[in-house]
Design a protein around this ligand. Sequence first.
Ligand SMILES: C[S@@+](CC[C@H](N)C(=O)[O-])C[C@H]1O[C@@H](n2cnc3c(N)ncnc32)[C@H](O)[C@@H]1O
Length: 343
Amino acid sequence: MEGVDWQTLERLRAVFLEGAPVRGAYWKSRADLASYDATLGERIGWKWDAVLGELQRLGWTPPPGPMLDFGCGSGIAGRRVLSALARGGCSELRLNDKSPLAEEFAAEKARTLFPDLPLRIIPGGNVEAAAEGATVVISHVLGELPEAGRERLRECVRRAAAVLWVEPGTHADSHALIDMREALLAEFRPVAPCTHGSACGLRTPGNERHWCHFFGRPPWEIFADPEWAAFADRMGIDLRSLPFSYLILDRRDRAANPKEPVEGCTRVLGTPRFYKGYARLFGCRDDGVTEFNWAKRHAGPLFKRVKNEEAGSLFRLETEEAEIQSLEPVPPLPPEESETTGD
Ligand SMILES: C[S@@+](CC[C@H](N)C(=O)[O-])C[C@H]1O[C@@H](n2cnc3c(N)ncnc32)[C@H](O)[C@@H]1O
């Protein structure tokens, strides 16, 4: 975190918290992007780690071809995706941002990390063409776009082969992403977090107050790091809480990855809430969203593992009305060490 400029970070954080469409560019220098990349950007990287971990659990990979990082900023999202997939079948990294400073910074970082990967900066007017047949990566951009910008982005995304999209885990950002999902369902199959391609249950009257969000886990080392403690203190950020919303879309049908285990599964949104003897889980599946009760007496040792956040958010449930009779994590959890050693 050496050389981080706190005043810059405070200015940027104020812009991001505003959550309103942003006019002009807020990147004033390369140093702004470096400060962001080491701190706020790295925190976004942890959200991507959670999403990419989930995609690895599902056995999903993007189609081979170019990848466009739209609104790339310092380029953290594109780099995380490429690193997680060990570059995968990416034939070219395309970077676009309304700020040329950001594009140059992101390009420099990507060249260092992936020296052999062809890379192109895409002028604003060419974004639609660059999205054609590409895997489009979008991260923390939607809140900055006015309605016309969202429409343009939606039409651009419509041309993609696949979309990996991560936004903050607020009610507003989640619902903006759900709007995109609904508008794009004709062209794409949702891969995650959705377990189905039906209409989003959160849009059903009465469910508007809920939102589709998840929590990432920062690497444990940062909690012993005085620089991250200083960052959290100055920014007023609770490092333990890392909410995000996300959406993965694929133009290919399921035959491209028949192993994807989501059919018939329930995605648990937010975090389960634990009470004495039972938990409440807000589950999403193709028949809508439901608040389920899960009695500890039905759960066995799994109750503790779900409480300890070991079990992910995807489950196979047997239910009677809103009562869970049985719950199985998908994919199944490896046995606890004590189960294998007999301790
Ligand atoms: C909060 S930053 C996120 C940067 C990066 N995607 C990340 O996740 O760290 C939002 C970025 O979107 C860019 N941006 C905003 N509106 C844009 C537009 N209409 N076209 C291209 N980039 C845009 C901003 O310049 C900024 O770099």
